[in-house]
Ligand binder design. Structure first.
Ligand SMILES: [Mg+2]
Length: 223
């Protein structure tokens, strides 16, 4: 598929961003496995790597194994360290004509909680979930078939392709392997990466901008 060049400044612009490890310093699932999941919990990641579970099923199983109280879980959510500059950066991006949407293979429950705490409203494509004391975080696949992926829940590359098809300049930011396909669709000048995503793009000799905090991306796009 041929997309128009991304240099035309008169086109509407959108930043599609991952959440865990991108808008935050830490991933919820890592913190949950370290601090909330009982030690005798099966190794669902090993099952995923063996191809016996999907990425979504492994996360769903871990989240469902949380036996801690909602209060204890929210303490962990706050340890994800969302970028404190997010509201300011978002306002600056919007003032310059950038829309921002979140795509995540994680759960909307903790994403909405953190965005709400920061006082920001964003469109979020993630797996819906509710917390039930004693049953953990119950995560489901999105009910809306648009952008739904049976293996990770949310088809991030599908979200990016959708906006490219609408003629938008699309920037993408991410930090993990589930971000690779989406990142590859955007122009190198609008591709932002760190951690596993950055290493993968480097291996494939694809251009990208390395970021530390999410607000670095905004600073770069507003230059
Ligand atoms: Mg991530």
């Amino acid at each position: 598929m041929q997309y128009p060049p991304s240099t035309a400044a008169d086109r509407p612009a959108i930043l599609v961003s991952d959440f865990d490890g991108t808008m935050t310093q830490h991933d919820f699932y890592r913190l949950a496995i370290e601090q909330l999941i009982p030690n005798d919990c099966p190794n669902f990641w090993a099952e995923y790597r063996r191809g016996r579970m999907t990425h979504f099923e492994a996360l769903q199983a871990y989240f469902g194994a949380i036996s801690a109280s909602e209060e204890a879980v929210l303490t962990i959510v706050n340890q994800m360290q969302i970028d404190p500059m997010l509201p300011k950066s978002l306002a600056a991006l919007r003032a310059a004509g950038w829309q921002v949407v979140v795509t995540s293979a994680g759960c909307k429950w903790y994403i909405d909680y953190l965005l709400d705490r920061m006082g920001v409203t964003l469109e979020v494509y993630a797996n819906p979930g509710i917390f039930i004391s004693g049953q953990g975080l119950r995560m489901d696949l999105p009910s809306d078939p648009q952008f739904r992926s049976p293996t990770v829940g949310v088809d991030k590359a599908g979200v990016v392709a959708h906006w490219l098809d609408q003629g938008f300049r699309v920037a993408f930011a991410g930090d993990g392997f589930p971000d690779v396909d989406a990142a590859k669709l955007v122009d190198g000048s609008l591709r932002f990466a760190k951690s596993d995503l950055a290493e993968q793009l480097q291996r494939e000799q694809l251009p990208f901008h390395r970021f530390g905090a999410w607000s670095d991306i905004a600073t770069h796009l507003l230059k």
